[in-house]
Design a protein around this ligand. Sequence first.
Ligand code: GGG
Length: 326
Amino acid sequence: MTHEIAVIPGDGIGQEVTPAAVEVLEALDVDFDFVEGDAGDAVKAETGEALPQATRKMAADADATLFGAAGETAADVILPLREVVGSFANVRPAVSYPGLDAVQPDTDIVFVRENTEGVYSGIEDEITEGVRTLTRVVTEEASRDIAEFGFDYAKQNGFDDVTIAHKANVMRETDGLFLETAEAVAEERGADYDTALMDALAMHLVMHPEDYGVVICPNLAGDMLSDLAAGLVGGLGLLPSANVGEENALFEPVHGSAPDIAGQGVANPSAMILSAAMLLDHLGYDDEGDRVRAAVEGVLDEGPRTPDLGGDASTDEVTSAVLDRL
Ligand code: GGG
């Protein structure tokens, strides 16, 4: 069976790490047909459109999509792409790897982030000069979807600790609905859970990440807390993600376009390659996904390493080392 994969490198280091993930997928005994689409700042500068219709269609029609990184046009690229694939859940694992000098070596947390609404609904306005507003949308339906996904994910993947992140003491209506809906889902399932105010949770995650397993989050909180956890395990170059929908899915590293290092050939390809491993899991190639993860873990342990991890290797050298271990 051939799987059609839409490949959208996007901006900055997305152009450097996406080919690395494709090379890794090509090295496996799985039949892929890769189709490449344009999106991002450069395309917008050229055509006026950050996400061309052809790229949208490519992602909609493919069996899965690999996306690299978004830059200034993130709101016009990654948010609509997630919508195109119908993704309501953004799964972001933050794991400590042996051999890396991580701030917190006992981290094994999966952030399950609501992926369709909250402050990322895109409803912003300038109501008068100097006054701008943003409408935060929270619905019972999306809150239920993400909570059900989070509790199912925890059960299927052997996580005992589930935490519902919120700020319902301040955002009483919106996070109030998110929290009460997620708690209702837990009660229906007879599942154990904790709740945590997201600001206090940020501090506890830094001090005691080992206390957390699956963290179910509203959209912006999930984006921020997962980046915070990246800092605990060695940086954004290590965190993959899956944007999961009912029928379709898109896989991307948590990091953005990193304009400070783009074009130098030194971006860490690990997060992107680990995202490709999540794509393999999604398509039912669990063994291949495990092989890719083991190869990346071996390279993270023994090198070579890119500068973000204290080494001086290039993206290509790290990718070759992963390929050698496959
Ligand atoms: N590959 C992820 C990416 O491009 N991140 C940049 C960004 O702005 N992300 C916002 C988000 O994940 O919602």
